[in-house]
Design a protein around this ligand. Structure first.
Ligand SMILES: [Mg+2]
Length: 454
């Protein structure tokens, strides 16, 4: 019987700030990074479990240590015990009282728990020979609710209600899985809209997105109102009236400022306005939503745990929920959030981008379609075309749709060469002298002045 022998962590960073990819109103110079974890076993022919927490650079210093601190809860346990009871495993990681004190169930420690839980799902799915979405979709309703922690949820969602939602979705599961494999899942793209891009680049990439088959694009706003009104107009003219145009403020505004700003942007008929204010401000979102209706409000990519999502729904604070695969405590907690959203009839439009977030979150949206909400209506997975080449099983987006992953696992595993070259600060991408860098050999290696670490 195999046992876990190591929880190894790596600090992997990509120098994306050199191109202003990913730049928004709150995050002007992100270096997309993964605090990466590998679960190793004593089975020499068996798989490893890979997972990560996503940060935008220096956060990796802290995040990696937090992941490493969970080692004592993982190493030495039997693989069968963990993969056979992923609900119990998830609860055991959140329940270490000395570490729980740092949250509880929020922030760096919770993201660390999420990274390890997701790595365990990668391991379990590889051992089952299935992609994670399929592994979960093929479980019975009772097996799925056993994965969840209903503590603090039962005033909004009981175990019986969750079972009822899952049982309602049982008929047609096989047909939906077949349809998913055949037709994929809708995507929308944020690639045209980073705040650091010129109007020309925005218009060109927006037109390209439409030509590529995307039904919705998203642009970043929130730095300057006049500039935003202009950029929204540029984007709208580039894509025409029939393509969705979402805007994302990345938490930039106070409540009154959000209302003013959104009123100005409403002329472009936004598909939704994302993260208008602090991710923790449930009543603020409710107030903004009430005052700008019928403009739709969304948030969730920085939502710290299932309790916050419960309250967003209870308060009628959002029209759309946006889960993130690496922010909360892994697959298990995201399943609870998907079930909450189904209970309240709110569509989930997952957040992705960064490095690896598209790879992970596609599985969750697909579980929602096959086994929970049973619909793709009014839903799409965010897609940003960055850094997929570093993954062993990168996302495949064709004609504006995510093709369902078929490889066993959670699509989380990076290529060994990428792990080596982008390890911070010793990997080749970080050691290169910018003056000598060949831009054709290692994209993004020419670092701006403030990023030099030589
Ligand atoms: Mg966003």
């Amino acid at each position: 019987m195999a046992h876990l022998t190591a929880l190894d962590t790596l600090d992997v960073r990509f120098p994306t700030s050199s191109e202003l990819d990913g730049s928004d109103a709150m995050n002007p110079d992100p270096d997309y990074s993964a605090a990466y974890v590998i679960l190793r076993t004593d089975d020499p022919t068996g798989p490893e479990g890979h997972g990560f927490a996503f940060t935008i650079g220096r956060g990796n210093d802290v995040q990696r240590v937090a992941i490493q601190s969970l080692e004592h809860l993982v190493v030495g346990r039997s693989v069968a015990e963990i993969t056979g009871n992923l609900g119990g495993f998830a609860r055991s990681l959140s329940a270490d009282s000395q570490l729980r004190w740092l949250g509880p169930e929020k922030g760096v420690m919770h993201m660390a728990v999420g990274a390890v839980i997701n790595a365990a799902w990668d391991l379990a799915a590889k051992l089952a020979g299935k992609p994670v979405w399929q592994l979960v979709a093929e479980m019975t309703p009772a097996q799925i609710v056993d994965l969840l922690d209903f503590r603090y949820l039962t005033d909004a969602l009981t175990r019986d209600e969750a079972l009822e939602i899952l049982r309602r979705a049982e008929p047609g599961k096989q047909q939906r899985a077949a349809h998913l494999l055949d037709a994929g899942y809708p995507a929308y793209t944020t690639s045209p809209g980073w705040l650091g891009y010129s109007d020309d680049k925005l218009a060109r990439l927006a037109r390209q997105a439409v030509a590529d088959g995307f039904g919705t694009i998203k642009i970043k706003v929130g730095r300057d109102m006049t500039e935003d009104v202009r950029r929204v107009k540029v984007a709208r003219e580039a894509i025409g009236p029939d393509i969705g145009l979402a805007v994302d403020a990345n938490q930039r505004w106070d409540v009154d400022a959000a209302v003013d700003w959104i009123s100005q942007l409403a002329q472009a008929n936004p598909a939704w306005v994302e993260e208008p204010t602090s991710p923790d401000d449930i009543l603020g979102h409710a107030e903004i939503r009430r005052r700008v209706a019928p403009v739709r409000i969304s948030t969730g990519e920085h939502g710290q745990n299932r309790i916050l999502f419960k309250q967003l729904l209870q308060a009628g604070a959002v029209d759309i929920l946006q889960i993130d695969a690496a922010r909360v405590a892994g697959v298990n907690e995201n399943l609870a959030i998907l079930l909450l959203a189904a209970k309240f009839g709110v569509p989930v439009v997952p957040h992705a981008g960064g490095v690896g977030l598209c790879e992970l979150v596609q599985h969750l949206a697909m579980i929602d379609y096959v086994a929970i909400s049973g619909t793709m209506q009014d839903r799409a997975i965010e897609f940003v075309d960055h850094l997929h080449e570093h993954f062993r099983h990168p996302v495949r987006v064709r004609g504006g749709r995510y093709l369902a992953p078929r490889a066993p696992g959670f699509s989380a595993e990076m290529l060994p060469a990428s792990l080596r070259d982008y390890t911070y600060p010793t990997g080749a991408a970080w050691r290169a002298d910018p003056a000598d860098a060949d831009p054709n050999s290692t994209p993004g290696v020419a670092l701006p002045q403030q990023q030099e670490i030589l």
